[in-house]
Every structure is written in C-alpha cells, then in structure tokens.
Design a protein around this ligand. Structure first.
Ligand code: LRH
Ligand code: MN
Length: 385
C-alpha cells in the first residue's frame, strides 16, 4: 500500500486557465458570478484547486486568452500562489485569416502568420519556464475538393519542422488530434495515427496528446494510450468526458469506467513512473456548473481512477491471462474498479494535512463569496472569440 500511496502523493494534474472563465456553446455562453477578469485571477482560482486537492500544482495557459504585458511577472504571481505555469497552448483557430486553415492555409502569408504565433508561444515558454507547447489545429476542410488533402499535410509538416527546430533545451511540443469540429469533412490532424506519424518524423521532442473527447464514438482510447506509451510518444492527456462529441464535460463524469481503463494502461505502461513526462492536463468547460468546484471534482475523479488502477492485482491478472482464464482475468480487473478508494484518498489527504473532503472544505472556505463580491465590473474572461 505504501507504494500506491507514494505514487498517489506524487500525482500531478494540470488545470486549464480557460476552465475558470466563461464558456459555452454556439447557442449560449452563460456568464457566472465571480469569474476571473484576467490571467492573474485565473491563477488565483487554480491555486484553490491545488490548495484543496494537493495534486494540481500547475496551470496551462492559452495564448492570447492569457496574454499579459509581463509573462515573467505572471510566473512570479503563480509562484506566490504556490502554483506554476504549465503547458503553453497556441491558438490559430480564432483569427479571420484562418478561415481556410492556419499552417495548412493555401496562402503563404497566412501560413507565415500562423507559424510566427507558434514561435511566439515558445518565446513565452522561455520566459515562464514552461517546457511544453501544446499544438491543436482546427485546420480542415468542409467539402470534398475544397483543398488538396496531401498538400495540406506538406504545409503542416513544414511548419511543425520550423517550430521543432526552435525548441530549446528541455522543451517539447505535444501535437493534439481531433476527429472533427470546426471542420466537418476532413481535419488535417484527425487521429492519433496522423499525429504519431508527424511526431516520429520530427524527433524525440515531439509527442502526441490524447484529448479524451476527440475520438469517434466507440474508439478504444486505452488501446491508443498503451500503444503510444510503448512507443515513448505519449506526451500527455487533455482529460474531459463526453456522451456524444467534444462535450468537454468533467473527466470521469460520463464514463468513469473508461477513465479507469485508461489509467490502468498508464500504470501498466509506466506512465506514472518518475521522469516519464506524461502530462495529465484537464481540458474542460464548466458551461453551467461552478468552475472551481468543477475543477476540484475533476481532479478527484482522476485521482480515484488512478487509485483503482494502482489496486489492480497485477500478479493475479498476469497469471489468469497466461492461463487464458478469461473470466478470472476480467474479475481481477473489475475487483479493482469496484473498490471504493474514497476512504484511502481521504486518509491520504489527512496525512498530508489537507481536509479529507476537498469539495466540502472549499465550499466552507467562503472563497466563492469573496470573489463574487470582489469581481464586479470589468470584462469577465472567456474564449475571447
Ligand atoms: C480543441 C481543444 C484544444 C484547446 C481547446 C481549448 O477542441 O481540445 O486542446 O486548444 O480545446
Ligand atoms: Mn484539448
């Protein structure tokens, strides 16, 4: 049990700055009281999640949603709050120039503009001390014939190569894939295979990020995780859950069993081992639920799935698998999943001086009432579209 506790104590989940801002769908973005107006206030809210869970010490930024005059000062502010700046997310999906693509656009001028933004994000990494650039491209086409699918891959790899060469010592980029949306016929990085192939060609500083909401219904995500880990190409996760498409709901909310199966392949593949460098990031939108509690609940969902995955009796499982004992093996797996790990996690929190129930402790803290009273006026943060 001590190893399991040690692994859980070392767990590190990164929360996304944009989860603390307003978000929604094309139908409506509902504003909520107390929402941050700038990246400084977003970091303050993220620090609350770390304060009550103990395992969320870094915050991913999104540029330009988190654009500031002085990124070194923002990093200093984060340190004062007891958190750090995590992955830097590029944004080449909201500028009018990118209607027909960004780094894959037919126009060299637009491709240049997009690549320069990616390079600017590496400059921000240099200043904030972040070692990870996360690249997601909304690039794609809506109608057959609209553009040349192969030529767009040539343009994409040219831009990725330039960014790859710009990466400094200890820096890497994670390439994110997504089946569709906003493109509705062909997306230029639609699946893990495309992302993997580009990353293998580029080199060790390029890895794949698995956003759990970016697959076709029915895709076995834990297979992709096992495969990428085996190849040393799993750079990280954008955790969320969904019932239909890229719903960006709380991780584990829609399918806690899937999250358990994913975390089991992470444990089995050494993805929690020190130095493996797999980034466990949340990428969610709390469209109708309170944001900070939503993040606390999400971090706890990953922690619970991880604890259950660590409880799988690996020896018994291997023995049953070797004997071809199908039901026996499945039973060993399900025993772990059906184990209530909440008492173990409450004990772990108390051992490190935290409240056993983070949700209740945050609710009692009065922090929400404080920010709701203070944060009046100004422009609430959102997706800045
Ligand atoms: C795209 C995505 C990507 C982010 C955005 C906030 O759907 O998953 O990771 O840039 O959401
Ligand atoms: Mn994502």
């Amino acid at each position: 049990m001590t190893d399991i506790k040690a692994t859980l104590l070392a767990q590190h989940i990164e929360t996304p700055s944009w989860a603390y801002g307003n978000s929604g769908t094309r139908f409506k973005v509902f504003a909520q009281k107390g929402v941050p107006r700038d990246p400084y206030e977003k970091l303050a809210d993220a620090a609350q999640v770390h304060a009550y869970t103990g395992i969320a010490p870094t915050v991913a930024l999104h540029i330009p949603w988190d654009k500031v005059d002085d990124y070194a000062d923002l990093a200093r502010h984060a340190r004062e709050l007891g958190v750090g700046i995590g992955a830097i997310n590029s944004n080449v999906f909201q500028d009018d120039d990118y209607m027909l693509g960004s780094v894959t656009h037919p126009s060299g001028r637009v491709r240049r503009k997009a690549t320069d933004h990616l390079l600017e994000c590496v400059d921000i990494m240099d200043v904030t001390g972040s070692d990870t650039l996360k690249l997601w491209f909304s690039d794609g086409i809506n109608y057959p014939g609209q553009d040349d699918i192969r030529a767009r891959q040539d343009r994409l790899s040219e831009s990725l190569a330039e960014v790859y060469d710009r990466l400094g010592e200890g820096q890497r980029f994670l390439l994110e894939y997504k089946l569709f949306e906003p493109a509705f016929y062909a997306t230029d990085v639609p699946d893990w295979g495309t992302a993997y192939a580009h990353c293998v060609k580029l080199g060790p500083k390029a890895q794949v990020v698995v956003d759990t909401g970016h697959h076709a219904p029915g895709v076995n995500i834990e297979f992709i995780v096992a495969f990428l880990l085996r190849e040393g190409k799993l750079g990280g996760f954008d955790f969320n859950s969904r019932f239909y498409a890229d719903d960006d709901l709380m991780v584990g909310a829609a399918d806690p069993f899937q999250l358990f199966r994913i975390m089991y392949e992470v444990v089995r593949g050494g993805g929690l081992d020190a130095g493996t460098g797999v980034a466990f990031m949340l990428d969610q939108c709390h469209n109708i639920e309170p944001k900070i509690p939503g993040q606390i609940r999400s971090v706890m969902n990953v922690q619970e799935a991880t604890a259950k995955a660590l409880l799988v009796d690996r020896e018994a499982l291997a023995a049953a698998q070797a004997e071809g004992d199908v039901l026996g093996a499945n039973a060993v797996f399900m025993d772990a999943y059906n184990t209530d790990v909440r008492p173990l996690l409450a004990e772990l929190r108390e051992e490190r001086g935290l409240a056993p129930d983070p949700m209740a402790a945050y609710a009692k803290s009065g922090y929400f009432e404080k920010i709701a009273a203070e944060r009046v006026g100004g422009q609430q943060a959102g997706w800045g579209a």
